[in-house]
Design a binder for this molecule. Structure first.
Ligand SMILES: Cc1cc2nc3c(=O)[nH]c(=O)nc-3n(C[C@H](O)[C@H](O)[C@H](O)COP(=O)(O)O)c2cc1C
Ligand SMILES: CC(C)CC(=O)C(=O)O
Length: 345
């Protein structure tokens, strides 16, 4: 069970690594609200619908996918377990989930790719002050056959992460970029990010990579509309797992207005606090095309390596399938606003 993994990971990991993975920014109000806000959306089932056969598939970036779950990009996975990013990629491949590999991977993107053959994989890009470094990452991703570039746009610099500061977390496995940039402290790592990044820079990375671009970290409907104008293939409605600016809107609460602004013109994904299959059903009912899951996969990885990450993903997919049945909506593609309502407070 994913909640069991979460509790066990807290015991297994040393305090520094656990604080880094679990923590959020500031007083962690947004971190907590990410989970709580899915609870404020109530499901409204229909009955006497034939749900003997259910279809969890969705279409994303023009391709049919078995279900709507992606593995969110999370840094430093070798700090969670020796299986690291390769283990997560194997878990994603075994469950038909798209793995999004972080720019701060502790395993070479090409090595991760080689472990999973033709399985779907996307690459998350941080744009660094040293643009050459980011272009080198893109080149490694291209060599590794990654199919989309997820550019994270909510990280001009690191948020105020007091848990991580207090614990004095240090890395024992050098990230892949260190081979390109040299060894750095966590604070120096945050300072690598380019705070001058603007809309004008996005197209260059799309063109240089030849890959479809997805912008990750959008909360405002006006930015969502701007992303459509910028010609990207999709956006991820995200507050970075509550790790950047505390008290910002949760993904669940930001989603509706963003979906309205995008009006079906590009794909909309959402993350933050998705812990159960029914949370994903709510996201799709509110207009998302797919969801990303961060910490639940990390907890599975920390406890049991690739097998644990796989179990976490399998549980989410199973719960999603059951939700379609109990909701009286056997096809994921048919989920719409009629299946959800705001829970009366
Ligand atoms: C430990 C950790 C590391 C992360 N590293 C990255 C990263 O390297 N790049 C990125 O775009 N997002 C990163 N994120 C944010 C996730 O991709 C995602 O937005 C968030 O974790 C989703 O929320 P959830 O953990 O509640 O599912 C990280 C999140 C966590 C918890
Ligand atoms: C090193 C960080 C930039 C990785 C990250 O995105 C995070 O910790 O949230």
């Amino acid at each position: 069970m994913t909640h069991d993994f979460e509790a066990r990971a807290a015991e297994l990991l040393d305090a520094g690594a656990h604080g880094y993975f679990a923590g959020g920014a500031g007083d962690e109000l947004t971190l907590r609200d990410n989970e709580a806000s899915w609870g404020r959306v109530a499901l409204t089932p229909r009955v006497l619908v034939d749900v003997a056969h259910r279809d969890t598939s969705v279409t994303l970036l023009g391709r049919e996918r078995a279900h709507p779950f992606l593995v969110a990009p999370t840094a430093y996975q070798l700090e969670a377990h020796q299986d690291g990013e390769t283990g997560t990629a194997r878990a994603a491949a075994a469950t038909g989930s798209i793995m999004v590999l972080s720019s701060q991977t502790t395993t070479d993107p090409r090595e991760v790719a080689a472990a999973v053959g033709t399985a779907d994989r996307w690459f998350q890009l941080y744009v660094y002050r040293d643009r050459g470094l980011s272009h080198d990452l893109v080149a490694a991703a291209r060599e590794g056959g990654y199919e989309a570039l997820v550019i994270t746009v909510d990280f001009p610099f690191g948020g105020r992460r007091e848990r991580t500061e207090r614990s004095g977390f240090t890395l024992s496995h050098p990230p892949f970029v260190d081979g390109l940039a040299g060894p750095l402290s966590l604070a120096e790592r945050h300072a690598m990010h380019d705070p001058t990044l603007t809309w004008d820079d996005i197209a260059a990375f799309g063109e240089a990579s030849g890959l479809p671009v997805v912008l990750k970290g959008i909360l405002h409907p006006a930015d969502a509309a701007r992303a459509v104008d910028a010609g990207v293939a999709g956006i991820v409605v995200s507050n970075h797992g509550g790790r950047q600016l505390d008290t910002v809107l949760s993904g669940a609460d930001a989603l509706g207005p963003v979906v309205e602004a995008v009006d079906g013109r590009i794909d909309v994904l959402v993350d933050g606090g998705i812990r159960r299959g029914w949370d994903a059903a709510k996201a799709l009912a509110l207009g998302a095309d797919a969801v990303l899951v961060g910490r639940p996969v990390l907890w599975g990885l920390a406890c049991e390596g690739a097998a644990g990450a796989q179990q976490a993903l399998e549980q989410l997919v199973e719960e999603f399938d059951e939700t379609l049945g109990l909701l009286g909506c056997p096809r994921a593609r048919d989920l719409d606003g009629s299946y959800v309502t705001r829970r009366p407070s």
